[in-house]
Design a protein around this ligand. Structure first.
Ligand code: SF4
Length: 267
């Protein structure tokens, strides 16, 4: 398996079976976020391309038919909207596995009509937005080419108006933006997402996560918005990865399945 990984326990998507349309040894992304669990962006890219064929994806999806999962989630070693065949891949995954499909995107390419059309094929789009100003956007997300935060916000808003599926807004709070929760909440109100996911980097990375108390204080600013939750509030169901090595490349620290003691029946 090199495209499909997991399933992994997710605080927002339960048992999440991953599809990585930018597989490889290094991260392919339009951002170089200061908190990225995959390290620095070794393959910076802001143009779409095809990285895997639909035939290769179809073969891997066939091999995991019947696996216990709640969502197929497009994520992995980079930004999924960079894949020019994202829309077809979403339709293929849903048709093969009969599961709802989610895409985790950094929102950078949503200014493109073809990207919004591809994302509209998904049942759930989780769009990331970490900063209320261009200056902080460049400091936290570190886009690999010149990108306008204002254009990205407009694009998310346009997508929300066009798209009938669920739009979740994910905000990663770190030391650099924790004092701007009110401004982020104002942005969220403008975008009117179906859900707000307040995150902080709990997986190993170069940035220290905020405490549960700090994130709870951040959350207060989002009162009145629908379905607001923090990463500390999410529950994670058990999930057994098909291939632990491939899963850990995308999810450093993913757990091995617990071993059951066959004599006592306990884990
Ligand atoms: S958008 Fe995601 S994959 Fe890309 S650098 Fe940021 S956290 Fe890493």
């Amino acid at each position: 398996m090199s495209i499909v990984y997991g399933p992994v326990p997710s605080w927002r998507l339960a048992r999440s079976l991953g599809v990585d349309l930018t597989p490889g040894d290094v991260k392919t992304c339009s951002f170089d976020c200061i908190y990225c669990q995959l390290g620095r962006t070794a393959r910076p890219l802001a143009e779409r391309a095809q990285f895997v064929s639909l035939d290769a994806l179809a073969a891997e999806l066939e091999a995991v038919r019947g696996v216990g999962a709640d969502y197929v989630t497009f994520s992995g070693m980079g930004e999924p909207t960079l894949a020019a065949n994202l829309g077809e891949a979403i339709r293929l995954a849903r048709a093969t596995l009969g599961l709802p499909v989610a895409v985790l995107t950094n929102s950078s390419l949503m200014t493109r009509k073809d990207v919004r059309e591809d994302l509209a094929c998904a049942d759930v789009v989780v769009a990331k937005l970490d900063a209320p100003s261009q200056q902080l956007f460049e400091k936290i997300s570190r886009p690999v080419v010149d990108l306008s935060l204002r254009d990205i916000v407009e694009a998310i808003s346009l997508f929300k108006a066009e798209h009938k599926g669920k739009l979740a807004l994910e905000i990663m709070f770190v030391r650099a933006n924790k004092g701007l929760a009110a401004e982020m909440a104002a942005l969220a109100r403008r975008l009117a997402p179906d859900e707000v996911q307040i995150n902080t980097p709990l997986r190993p990375c170069a940035v220290t996560p905020l405490s549960p108390e700090t994130l709870a204080a951040v959350r207060e600013h989002f009162q009145g918005l629908p379905h607001v939750r923090t990463v500390y509030e999410g529950s994670r169901p058990e999930a057994t990865p098909i291939d632990l090595k491939e899963t850990r490349r995308r999810r450093p620290g993913a757990s091995a399945p617990r071993q059951r003691n066959h004599r006592t029946g306990k884990e």
